[in-house]
Design a protein around this ligand. Structure first.
Ligand code: GLA
Length: 345
């Protein structure tokens, strides 16, 4: 008997580079996602998958050691994600499955978290949504060693249709915030691919840790506290995190009050902070965000995801961006439900 699982990609509306210091973020799941049809096979020692977006199949031994070295040797490279999930969940029997996905890879829409979540469910993971997100974050770490936070996996696991979720990355508390109906969300590709396993991501994370050694947890810090930071770069990194957490709170309030102009203003501030203080933007992303912000009917826009390429997200009046995005790779998205089994044995 087979299982059919689905897990969505996500777009983060605001709250970027805050998750790994236990801060706040505001993601939503999107309609693009990964679907896996999987059939366990009694006596099999391998998880074997074919994929609509990968040329070669992935075949992973159930006894694969849970180490970066062992998983790093797997080939083709997408087998490392399979290895990460298998080594985290330790299923007791193997099987065969087929993967289809329409989440663009390297766009900052969490194609990898969507895959990990769908695979964990296909392999029979039975815990709650938070445990699913934690397991898939561990799988992601094992797969590529990038010290990513839990934003992507929590968004894909806990999202609810019609809502953006205010996510506290420390407690993993989620507040579902209904999105006003008269708004359109556009995700627009900058044309530059993004590699999350980049040294810059790990460097930002260690700069946050260095700042925390001086001022304590950034999620609890206030702007005044940051004057203790003598290192100018650390001070700017910390200022981004502290102000971004506050912007997430204000953004939630703005959505609840139906104040889309204020929500858009906060998105523009977030982008400026990511560009100037956190330095994770690129000229092509700044140009794209500038273009979006100047288009009549757009409330606000910002880079979304880790930065260094990938996509921008814009909040706009319905129809405002229809013509303007011609010739650019883009998606209009609505908030969708999180990962789930569509059929089970
Ligand atoms: C990537 C990581 C997330 C988060 C974002 C930046 O998407 O996977 O954990 O850190 O970057 O907000």
């Amino acid at each position: 008997m087979s299982r059919l699982s689905f897990a969505p990609g996500r777009v983060n509306l605001i709250g970027e580079h805050t998750d790994y210091t236990g801060g706040l973020a505001m993601p939503m799941a999107i309609g693009l996602g990964t679907t896996i049809r999987y059939t366990p096979e009694a006596g099999s020692r391998f998880v074997e998958l074919v994929s609509s977006v990968e040329k070669e199949p992935a075949r992973v031994d159930l006894a694969l050691p849970a180490s970066l070295t062992a998983i790093g040797r797997l080939s083709p490279s997408w087998a490392r994600y399979v290895g990460g999930v298998v080594a985290t969940l330790r299923p007791t029997e193997g099987g065969r499955g087929a993967v289809t996905s329409d989440v663009p890879i390297g766009a900052g829409l969490s194609s990898s978290a969507s895959f990990e979540l769908a695979l964990a469910l296909a392999l029979g993971f039975g815990g709650d949504a938070r445990s699913l997100a934690r397991a898939c974050q561990q799988a992601e770490h094992l797969a590529f060693g990038a010290p990513t936070g839990i934003l992507d996996q929590m968004a894909g696991a806990c999202a609810e249709r019609g809502c953006a979720m205010q996510l506290d990355c420390h407690s993993l508390a989620v507040v579902q915030v209904p999105l006003p109906g008269d708004v359109e969300i556009a995700v627009v590709h900058s044309g530059l691919p993004r590699a999350v396993a980049s040294t810059a991501y790990a460097e930002r994370r260690s700069q946050c840790l260095a700042a925390e050694e001086v001022v304590g947890p950034l999620r609890l810090a206030r702007l005044d506290d940051l004057s203790q930071l003598r290192d100018e770069v650390l001070a700017r990194r910390a200022r981004h995190v502290v102000t971004e957490n506050e912007r997430v709170r204000q953004f939630s309030d703005a959505l609840l009050a139906d104040d889309l102009s204020e929500a858009g203003r906060l998105m523009a501030e977030s982008h400026a902070s990511l560009r100037d203080d956190y330095e994770v933007s690129l000229p092509a992303l700044d140009d794209l965000v500038g273009f979006l912000q100047e288009t009549p009917g757009v409330y606000g826009a910002r880079l979304t995801g880790a930065g260094f390429g990938g996509c921008a997200v814009a909040l706009a009046a319905p129809g405002a961006l229809a013509g303007a995005l011609e010739g650019r790779t883009h998606w209009f998205v609505r908030p969708e439900d999180g990962a789930r089994l569509l059929e089970e044995p």
